[in-house]
Design a protein around this ligand. Structure first.
Ligand SMILES: O=C(O)Cc1cc(O)ccc1O
Ligand SMILES: [Fe+2]
Length: 483
């Protein structure tokens, strides 16, 4: 495995000179019970809510599921903190509302493609209104956070520093899955700190307060993709016949260790996304990053996509993209995702007598795709790093003419390495996706025509066969069944 695909600026040039080592410590492993304490002897022994918690801390429960959820889906964490969340100031609705409403989504059978999304989203010049929460822009989705139903897909871009402005953000609407494309994310959370680079994912669960800065933002804006999951949580896919390892291996998921700020000064602003609206703390709050120790099963994590171990066809035919599933958020229909997250990363294509790029297809599931760098082997032209595409339920798509012709003319069976320069990803859903008015305006009008309009007929009728085999005029007596 190499890490060539690790870092790119907005034009796709490697960013090596800005490389910074991840300064934080993590606990490894996907899911399950974890514990961490920033001060020794903080976690209670043999119980959760002792009469007098260590060091004069308060006990607070933080849950990601109903108390009564089945054990394997039950997500609860105990926090031992300097002050509980209830002591933080109440909220008032923000005069600035950065989040476009899901009520205005437009549903269309047409295919969509976007050129690179802008890396500066907010045009506000007010101090503090150029940070991550203000830089989220709704692209598409389906659902409603008040009924914990569905998801939303955003592009983001920001230059402001939440740490500097002492802003802590949380979404009560859902879990945030962030894929940075440019700019490292230095993230402080209630449960500890994460350093997330392009080609890594970070999952910040519903309700977790966090603050993001990007040390590169003075050079280039931090930009990327974000999915907010209103319904359930992501989990690793079952591997079935693959066996017990491969794809995203559980040990490569990293959760931060506890880390806290003991400052009593009330100089923080709490920003809360609640029912698609932004709320601000009614008065300055002391830091929410005051959790000294925690234990439980509800926490943030990060994962380097370059650690994904792809599994594929070794002899012939192109398999379904579900073999590249990193994480899945299960729907109620068994085997189906509210959102499946798949990646097309560095891998060898080896199929013999096989059209190796994706086939032409139209699917029951709807597919949003993005590109974190380089090229996607399914497209020759126009699908660019930082851009996106949406192929909704039953919308025909597949390789563009360039990719199709190149493969059709291939006269060698040599194995080919693809995905070395960057990773394409797909958020696939059982839901039909609606597109925001902003995204409709910024999409490329000529996408379909440019990609597939010039596909040539290659059909050759075998000699001696009538031109309407089996297909009559429909008029009386002409059923066409005369071949
Ligand atoms: O549309 C796409 O490019 C995504 C995709 C990839 C693939 O290998 C098979 C099916 C599919 O939808
Ligand atoms: Fe597809």
């Amino acid at each position: 495995m190499n890490n060539k695909a690790s870092r790119f600026d907005v034009d796709g040039k490697p960013l090596g000179e800005f490389d910074v080592a991840d300064p934080y410590k993590y606990i490894s492993g996907f899911g399950g019970f974890k514990e961490s304490e920033a001060l020794p002897d903080t976690l209670p022994v043999g119980q959760n809510s002792p009469l007098n918690p260590a060091h004069g801390l308060y006990t607070e429960k933080f849950s990601g599921s109903a108390f009564t959820a089945p054990r394997h889906e039950n997500l609860q964490t105990w926090l031992y903190r300097i002050l509980p969340s209830s002591s933080q100031p109440t909220h008032k609705e923000s005069p600035i509302q950065p989040f476009d409403s899901l009520d205005s989504l437009v549903f269309s059978p047409n295919q969509n493609r976007w050129p690179p999304f802008p890396s500066t989203i907010t045009d506000s010049t007010e101090p503090g209104q150029d940070t991550f929460p203000y830089g989220l822009k709704l692209v598409c989705g389906n659902g409603n956070p008040t009924t914990k139903d569905g998801f939303a897909i955003y592009t983001y871009g920001f230059t402001g520093d939440m740490h500097e402005h002492k802003q802590a953000f949380s979404s009560s609407d859902g879990d945030l899955l962030i894929l940075p494309r440019t700019g490292d994310l230095n993230i402080h959370t209630e449960l500890g700190n994460l350093y997330v680079r392009p080609n890594e994912l970070v999952l910040l669960p519903r309700g977790l307060k966090f603050s993001i800065s990007s040390h590169l933002s003075s050079v280039i804006p931090a930009a990327g993709y974000c999915l907010e999951l209103f319904q359930g949580h992501f989990t690793l896919p079952s591997l079935g016949a693959i066996g017990s390892s491969g794809l995203a291996n559980p040990r490569d998921f990293l959760t931060p260790v506890a880390s806290f700020d003991s400052s009593p000064t009330p100089d923080w602003t709490l920003l809360t996304k609640f029912s698609q609206r932004l709320w601000l703390s009614s008065k300055p709050s002391p830091t929410p990053f005051n959790v000294v120790a925690w234990h439980g099963s509800y926490y943030p994590y990060k994962y380097a996509l370059t650690k994904f171990s792809p599994i594929g066809a070794l002899l012939f035919d192109h398999p379904d993209p579900s073999i590249f599933t990193v994480l899945t958020a299960p729907a109620t229909t068994p085997g189906t995702g509210v959102v499946d997250f798949a990646i097309f990363s560095e891998r060898w294509l080896v199929g013999e007598n096989t059209f190796r790029p994706p086939w032409f297809h139209r699917n029951n599931m709807s597919e949003f795709m993005g590109l974190l760098g380089g090229e996607y082997d399914g497209k020759a032209k126009g699908f660019l790093p930082g851009g996106g595409s949406l192929h909704n339920c039953m919308s025909g798509h597949g390789p563009d003419k360039g990719a199709f012709e190149k493969e059709y003319e291939r006269d060698t069976e040599d194995a080919v390495k693809v995905g070395e320069q960057g990773i394409a990803f797909m958020w696939e859903s059982e839901r039909v996706m609606g597109v925001s008015p902003w995204a409709l305006e910024t999409q490329e009008e000529a996408y379909v025509e440019e990609s597939w309009g010039a596909l040539e007929r290659k059909f050759v009728m075998p000699s001696g066969v009538k031109s309407s085999v089996g297909f009559g005029t429909g008029k009386k007596g002409d059923f066409g069944a005369d071949f």
